[in-house]
Design a protein around this ligand. Structure first.
Ligand code: CP
Ligand code: NVA
Length: 300
């Protein structure tokens, strides 16, 4: 079993991971006892590296971190050779990569689980942390509504699939050209979302939602597009006015790193409705739940 994309999970598996993420860490035992796990990062990270390393240690294992350029994927040797070699040492390989295809190539030759720690396409461990955070706040999420405001990027895609699998209404406010494809919208409905709506006005998208999510307008690897993106996305800043159109209980969520005054105003991200630090802390809950599951028999 690998975790490259949220849609590889069944609704039942995702529900179990969310439940597991809300349990006391000790209840997961030590499924990585005496084992090691490889962590490979082609891009910078704070939350993902720290939470992954901490989770592996808490599950009884030992993380082995290497930068992508140190391993030299497709430079020093092929991705396939590196994967085959590391698969003989470790219990799992988790990687943050520029190109999602790299993860697919790893999965194609690996004899141990491959985990996506963020690619250009998806960020599954983030989405599971987001579901844990919302479930902790609101209980059963089925039938509730969630909004994504901004770029339909890796984080948005994983979150939307996770929400669909748990039966949530998905409401998207993205600029034209930076939104979900029709195929993705159909896929979300097929995965279990009772409705998927697209808006151009964030104030309409957030009506009735229990959580408003956003992310940076310029993801890692898109730095050359920053000026264009700042102009395109400026009407999509989440402000206090945006939040006032959501359910009165609504929380604000952001995977971080955040850019105050760009995708979110400082009063919202630093205000009473914000759950971004709790959400970041649940990256550890998410990593523990996923690594424990992959290390156990149930995922084989
Ligand atoms: N949210 C997230 O993945 O943060 P890092 O890039 O710091 O890991
Ligand atoms: N969408 C962002 C998420 C960072 C955690 C990026 O890919 O850079």
């Amino acid at each position: 079993m690998n975790l490259l994309e949220i849609k590889q999970l069944s609704s039942q598996s995702l529900r179990k991971l969310v439940t597991s993420g809300l349990q006391k860490p000790e209840s997961l035992g030590s499924p990585l006892s005496g084992k090691t796990a490889a962590l490979i990062f082609e891009k910078p990270s704070a939350r993902t590296r720290h939470s992954s390393e901490a989770a592996i240690v808490q599950l009884g294992g030992h993380p082995v971190y290497t930068r992508g350029d140190e391993v030299g994927m497709d430079v020093r040797e092929s991705v396939e050779d590196i994967t085959r070699v590391l698969a003989g040492y470790h219990a799992l390989i988790a990687a943050r990569v520029f190109d999602h295809e790299t993860l697919r190539r790893m999965a194609a030759v690996s004899t141990i689980p491959i985990v996506n720690l963020l690619s250009d396409l998806e960020h599954p461990l983030q989405a599971i942390a987001d579901m844990i955070t919302m479930a902790e706040e609101f209980g059963d999420l089925s039938g509730k509504s969630v909004a994504w405001v901004g770029d339909f990027n890796n984080v948005a895609r994983s979150l939307s699939w996770a929400c669909a699998l748990l039966g949530m209404h998905v409401r998207l406010a993205c600029p034209a050209g930076y939104d979900a494809t029709d195929e993705e919208l159909q896929g979300l409905l097929a995965a279990g979302a009772p409705s998927v709506e697209q808006y151009r006005d964030p104030r309409l998208a957030v009506e009735g939602v229990i959580a408003v999510h956003t992310d940076t307008w310029t993801s890692m690897g898109q730095e050359e597009e920053r000026e264009i993106r700042l102009a395109v996305f400026s009407p999509f800043q989440v402000t206090a006015e945006t939040m006032s159109n959501a359910d009165p209980r609504a929380i604000f969520m952001h995977c971080l790193p955040a850019h105050r005054g760009e995708e979110v105003s400082a009063d919202v991200i630093d205000g009473a409705q914000s759950r971004v630090i709790r959400q970041a802390h649940h990256r550890l809950s998410s990593a523990r739940a996923v690594f424990a599951w992959l290390a156990s028999e149930g995922a084989q």
